[in-house]
Design a protein around this ligand. Structure first.
Ligand SMILES: Nc1nc2c(ncn2[C@@H]2O[C@H](COP(=O)(O)OP(=O)(O)OP(=O)(O)O)[C@@H](O)[C@H]2O)c(=O)[nH]1
Ligand SMILES: [Mg+2]
Length: 371
């Protein structure tokens, strides 16, 4: 199961209680207070891990709870501090405070679809875990209470006061994965995105002659000469009207928000009865409707299925229509033009859209405004 958006509840551990105790020892009459402090409650921590690729583990464990700290004891012994509850999440996880409402998660919890209208500025993320090993303390454990040793004074030599441990923080959160990749393959279903990714990287996304074969993003790594590497995301097919939730909708487009280069993969032969120029216009429009900032990203065209009849003619028409957009003609199925594509990718990724711009800071979750 692939889960890329989930609500969780987190509860850090409470601090342990301070102890009330007196030293009792042979030949030491009235030994004085010796109650130790309580231990700290455990934190709930999210840790980004490259070996985790989605949030499905949280689907089965939606309540994240850390242990309480141990109580203080006599002989000035402190209670045991609880170990933190560390939850591994994929790199690219964005954490939001769940204010209740506005967002729907994988379980369908949250508000009804019609009210999914968000005001981005009022919904800033708490954290964005973009590097392997990066941690975010979701809820802090409570401090331990004080034992009676702290209350000793010249007036009160046998205090019976102590303090309770503090309560651990708790809250509701929404975690959302935004895939980290350098470039994204965007196209209609069956355009050949998965076939292409399978050919140029070591990834093996499923390929089949029916639409919506790919249901969640798959990231492949492509290696260039000189040990240069880049990651490319194959995202589910997009169709006209996706912003109205047609097809798979365009919710998954958040996975391309961090990609610094958009590659539009077209069925240039129009083998399914559509025209590639219209396909491209529709794809660009859907991206713009989703988030206008995305349509400002550098983009290029990959004209696929050049082996089919009618492709060359359509390619000419496309180039006339978009003379300033670089277009690479390939046949992913027959591995035609892939060397040329790799050369261009290297130039696009390392010379024209350098990495500094990548992984743009996460903003508020972009949620569809359904009509
Ligand atoms: N003739 C021809 N067929 C191709 C080419 N590339 C892909 N196909 C075929 O097109 C069909 C769809 O390919 P996929 O790679 O699954 O397409 P996709 O874009 O990933 O589709 P979704 O996952 O549904 O969005 C498969 O039957 C492929 O064999 C090509 O260059 N030429
Ligand atoms: Mg696919």
């Amino acid at each position: 199961m692939f889960v890329d958006r989930i609500k969780v509840q987190a509860q850090a551990g409470n601090g342990g209680r301070g102890s009330v105790s007196f030293r009792r020892e042979k030949f030491v009459p009235k030994g004085g207070p010796d109650g130790g402090d309580g231990g700290r409650g455990g934190d709930v921590i999210l840790r980004a891990d490259v070996h985790v690729d989605n949030l499905s583990s949280l689907f089965y464990e939606p309540i994240l709870k850390a242990k309480n700290g141990g109580h203080g004891m006599g002989k000035k012994m402190h209670g045991r501090g609880a170990v933190p509850k560390v939850v591994k999440v994929p790199v690219g996880t964005v954490v939001y405070k769940d204010e209740g409402g506005g967002m729907k998660d994988e379980r369908g919890r949250g508000d009804s679809v019609s009210s999914l209208i968000l005001h981005p500025s009022s919904f800033p993320p708490l954290s964005d875990l973009t590097h392997d090993g990066e941690e975010f303390v979701l809820c802090e454990g409570g401090k331990g209470g004080k034992g009676n040793v702290h209350f000793k004074s010249s007036k009160n030599r046998a205090p019976i006061q102590y303090t309770e441990g503090e309560e651990g923080e708790q809250g509701h959160f929404l975690l959302e994965l935004r895939t980290m990749a350098d470039a994204a393959l965007v196209g209609y279903p069956n355009a050949g995105k998965s076939t292409l990714l399978g050919k140029i990287s070591a990834a093996h996304p499923k390929v089949a002659p029916y639409p919506f074969t790919t249901l969640h993003p798959v990231v492949g790594v492509i290696e260039f000469d000189g040990y240069r590497r880049a990651s490319i995301a194959d995202v589910p097919g997009l169709i006209e009207g996706a912003h109205r939730n047609v097809g798979l909708g365009h919710d998954f487009l958040r996975h391309i928000t961090r990609c610094r280069l958009l590659l539009f993969v077209l069925d240039i032969a129009g083998s399914e009865g559509r025209h590639p120029i219209e396909d491209l216009q529709n794809l660009r429009r859907e991206i713009d409707l989703y988030d206008p900032r995305l349509s400002q990203r550098p983009w290029h065209i990959i004209a696929n299925k050049m082996d089919l009849p009618g492709a060359a003619e359509n390619l000419r028409a496309l180039q006339q229509r978009f003379p300033n957009i670089e277009t690479v003609a390939i046949s992913a199925a027959q591995s035609g033009g892939l060397d040329e594509l790799k050369d261009r990718l290297e130039r696009w990724l390392f010379e024209e859209a350098p990495a500094a711009e990548s992984h743009s800071e996460a903003t508020a979750p972009v949620v569809a405004v359904y009509e």
